[in-house]
Design a protein around this ligand. Structure first.
Ligand SMILES: [Zn+2]
Ligand SMILES: [Zn+2]
Length: 270
């Protein structure tokens, strides 16, 4: 069994939802955080679900936009304050994404030392280790999770992630325009978590900003023969109108379709 804990489900400009972050918990104890949201939103919503930073040890990043990785300094800071001698937080992303993360830490840290391998405190103790992962090269993570990144169509260095553990597979599209790589990586997957900024009515604007509509999320789930589609990264005008997203995706995908909300906990059985 897998529990997907949604800590943030809003697009960058959403004023009702926190920025994108989720924690995947397999029942063998394997845990991964996908994106960090921005600011302290993942810490606040995590605490509401009983998920605290001292139990976060590995984080996958989709890309270098602030609404997806800006929470990392706060997660690290809180984690270090709770367990000062914790093993370094492991962070995985593309080179371009991790370059942006380095710049964020360099710009904001007072006592930390930042280098190409991670972040250390003033005494040289490693607080974060980051690992550059290239698209189409998988990594084996703690808990027996196999994570496989793939390129998507958003900004330079943006990737989606395919994860598998205990015979349950999940794909997170990250931010992306509709693209074949998501469908290919999601072939037969148990759950496709796909971004959906809005409906086709706003298609031009959504595509221009590098995102997908609910119809496109449905098309991708259909093309991939995914078993289930969960939409996230919702725009402001659809915060209270998620039915229109579901109705649009239903035109293309006949499997189970949901829209995640902040604090949603969705169960996936194997
Ligand atoms: Zn975003
Ligand atoms: Zn983005």
């Amino acid at each position: 069994m897998l529990t997907i804990n949604f800590l943030g489900t809003g697009a960058g400009n959403c004023i009702y939802r926190c920025h994108t972050s989720m924690v995947l918990d397999w029942d063998n104890g394997a845990r991964i955080m996908l994106d960090t949201g921005s600011g302290n939103s993942s810490l606040i919503n995590g605490a509401k679900l009983g998920i605290f930073s001292n139990d976060i040890h590995q984080i996958l990043l989709s890309h270098g936009h602030f609404d997806h990785m800006g929470g990392l300094p706060h997660i690290q800071g809180n984690r270090t304050s709770i367990i000062p001698d914790a093993p370094p937080l492991q962070v995985y992303g593309s080179k371009i994404t991790l370059d942006r993360v380095m710049k964020l830490f360099e710009a904001t840290s007072i006592t930390h030392k930042v280098d190409t391998n991670g972040v250390s405190d003033s005494s040289g103790n490693r607080l974060i280790e980051w690992t550059v992962v290239n698209p189409d090269h998988g990594v084996d993570l703690e808990g027996g999770i196999r994570a496989y990144p793939f390129e998507v169509d958003h900004i330079s260095g943006a990737m989606g992630w395919h994860m598998e553990c205990s015979n349950i597979s999940v794909v997170f599209s990250g931010d992306t325009r509709i693209c074949d790589t998501v469908a290919t990586a999601s072939s037969g997957v148990d759950v496709l978590i796909h971004e959906a900024l809005g409906t086709e009515e706003y298609s031009d604007n959504i595509k221009r900003r590098g995102h997908s509509t609910a119809a496109e999320a449905g098309q991708t789930a259909h093309l991939a023969s995914a078993k289930r589609l969960i939409m996230t990264h919702i725009g402001t005008q659809f915060h209270n109108n998620t039915n229109s997203l579901i109705q649009e995706a239903e035109q293309y995908f006949k499997g189970q379709i949901e829209v995640a909300n902040d604090l949603s906990q969705m169960i996936v059985e194997n």
